[in-house]
Design a protein. Structure first.
Length: 166
């Protein structure tokens, strides 16, 4: 493959689209907010660390969201309803979005297999800078949604298990 930055950036866009499409094949039961990958870490302080460190509320709504462009894709820009099934789906879809953006970052490292070190570094850097903000948004929003569900006795228990209490 020719080692051009433009060609590799176009390939990166294609790889990102494939990552996104593949994320829709991941079953919802795998996208449990309590799974190791998605659970809130103590340092995140229920997602509020992103506000304190990065002022996320000032810029998060300015970023595009897949639901803005494709009908039928779950829109996560804001909570539209407070019904428990909707909130549960919202929490699961934040996991899907996070997994997608993490997958895009990881796949950018594949460019080191064929591209020059300079082009590879450029692709990886672009990938990190384009995707980290979206991961931060999911990790900022999800704890609040999970807490709303918990207040209504809806819990994400062991992976692939969701229970609704009385």
């Amino acid at each position: 493959m020719e080692d051009s930055l433009i060609g590799n950036l176009l390939l990166f866009v294609l790889v990102s689209a494939v990552n996104t499409a593949m994320s829709f094949l991941v079953p919802a039961k795998v996208l449990n907010p309590c799974n190791w990958l998605f659970r809130t870490r103590e340092w995140e302080r229920e997602g509020m660390a992103y506000q304190k460190l990065f002022r996320i509320k000032k810029w998060k709504n300015a970023l595009p969201e897949l639901g803005d462009f494709f009908k039928g894709v779950f829109a996560k820009k804001k909570i539209k309803r407070f019904e428990l099934d909707y909130l549960r789906e919202f929490a699961v879809e934040t996991c899907r979005a996070e997994l997608t953006h993490e997958g895009i970052i990881l796949s950018s490292f594949l460019f080191a297999l064929w591209a020059s070190p300079q082009v590879s570094l450029a692709i990886i850097t672009v990938s990190i800078f384009l995707n980290i903000p979206f991961i931060m948004i999911q990790r900022h929003n999800r704890p609040r949604i999970v807490n709303m569900l918990a207040r209504n006795n809806v819990f994400f228990n062991a992976p692939a298990d969701v229970t609704v209490g009385n």
